[in-house]
Design a protein around this ligand. Structure first.
Ligand SMILES: Cc1ncc(COP(=O)(O)O)c(C=O)c1O
Length: 415
């Protein structure tokens, strides 16, 4: 006997073509509109405070969320936004992210991500050689990349200590804490680079973490330091992509590491959350990070269980630009940082902390409180940083659309 089964909510799982087209039109309109680069983070969301009993439908819900999602946002693509390590993203990644959401593959199991499980190692293999690494995998950020690398280091070497600089990112301390490793912080020099001469003599049970592009000043540690360490990891979350450019030499020595972390959602212009952890011997590292499971046809490698096709937006970007296109964009950002530093030097009312090394410019008003001046800024935005107890501005050139002259002019206006 046959039975006619009526799917009750079928429409929600098929495309509403007009709804999708409206959503896209709205996105394009919001990106084309001009606005302030920075909005008040304390402005309340105009959204229900309790979960509504009755649904609004897809279009109604998107209508309600369009403001917070598309308008009440920091405009990372604004010509006045020279602040954080967060870039605007190229449009093909928007399409790729939508494709990914619609087909919702899961790389945990070959059944649920047949092509996606091949794409990720392929994209990794395009990038790993630039770092002297032979493989790795994608993770949602360099916080997880650092944790994953230190996990492999601990389990493969029996290391009991992490040695890093006082300028290292907090994710290194977080990973040491989670993994039950002691944290030893080595002082930095006046340019925020690790004092390699102050490393402990015996590193045989230590993981040395060197930073390529510190979060505050973009400083690069001596990347060959830590000879004799059980494991050497380079946190290249920010500056790693320089390896694809004419500035690769700034990160000389990175190829001698056992592992490297790079955030693709920083200087590879990717939507969040996208980062890479590379290993010099990825087979061995991945074996150390592998867990089986009765229902899994392939081992689960690394920290994540279910995870989506994060390699897709990255693959779209890399294929769209090619290596030379990625390099060109990063080199243009580096040139913008140099120009920005020169413009700061040209103004007696401004002070430059030092020449930018990896696209991070630290500067400040010579005789005013930087935070107070920043509070008066309009049409531009910069971030604040503490360097050795002194407040500075931090302008990270992750925004290829930024205009350094415009940012400086707005700060001068606010003095
Ligand atoms: C040097 C460094 N390491 C690690 C991280 C953490 O990376 P993510 O924000 O991708 O988790 C950052 C973030 O700014 C960083 O600058």
């Amino acid at each position: 006997m046959s039975h006619n089964f009526e799917v009750p909510y079928e429409a929600d799982f098929h495309p509403d073509v007009d709804g999708l087209a409206d959503a896209l039109a709205r996105l394009v309109a919001a990106r084309s509109a001009t606005g302030e680069p920075h909005v008040d983070p304390n402005r309340n969301l105009e959204l229900p405070r309790v979960l509504p009993e009755e649904g609004l439908g897809g279009r109604g819900a998107l209508d309600l969320l369009a403001g917070p999602a598309l308008e009440q946002v920091s405009r990372l693509d604004h010509r006045g936004f020279l602040a954080h390590m967060d870039p605007p993203t190229p449009w093909p990644t928007w399409a790729a992210a939508q494709w990914g959401a619609a087909v919702n593959q899961n790389l945990l199991h070959p059944d649920t991500g047949p092509a996606a499980r091949q794409l990720e190692p392929l994209v990794i293999s395009w990038l790993a050689p630039a770092f002297g690494m032979d493989g790795g995998h994608l993770v949602p950020g360099s916080t997880v990349a650092n944790l994953t690398a230190l996990w492999a280091a601990r389990d493969l070497t029996g290391a009991c200590r992490v040695v890093t600089s006082t300028a290292a990112h907090l994710s290194v301390a977080k990973a040491a804490h989670l993994l039950g490793l002691e944290l030893v912080e080595v002082p930095v020099d006046d340019r925020q680079r690790m004092r390699a001469d102050l490393l402990p003599d015996d590193l045989t049970r230590s993981v040395v973490v060197l930073t390529a592009g510190t979060v505050t000043t973009g400083a690069v540690d001596p990347l060959e330091a830590g000879d004799g360490a059980a494991w050497r990891h380079v946190d290249a979350a920010w500056a790693g992509p320089l390896r694809l450019s004419a500035h690769a030499g700034i990160l000389a020595g990175i190829e001698t590491a056992d592992s490297v972390a790079v955030s693709a959602h920083k200087w590879l212009y990717q939507p969040k959350e996208s980062a890479l952890v590379f290993f010099s011997d990825s087979d061995t590292a991945h074996r150390a990070l592998s867990f089986g499971g009765s229902y899994l046809a392939a081992p689960n490698v690394g920290l994540l269980g279910s995870h989506g096709n994060a390699a897709l937006p990255l693959a779209v970007t890399l294929l769209s630009w090619g290596r030379s296109g990625v390099a060109g964009r990063i080199e243009a950002d580096m040139a913008t940082a140099e120009l920005f530093a020169r413009l700061v030097e040209d103004h007696v009312v401004l002070e430059l902390w030092g020449q930018p090394v990896t696209g991070v410019v630290n500067w400040r008003p010579a005789a005013r409180d930087p935070a107070e001046v920043r509070g008066r800024l309009t049409d531009a935005w910069i971030s604040l940083a503490d360097i050795a107890g002194t407040p500075w501005y931090r302008s990270v050139v992750a925004n290829p659309l930024a205009d350094p002259q415009h940012v400086i002019d707005r700060v001068i206006d606010a003095l």
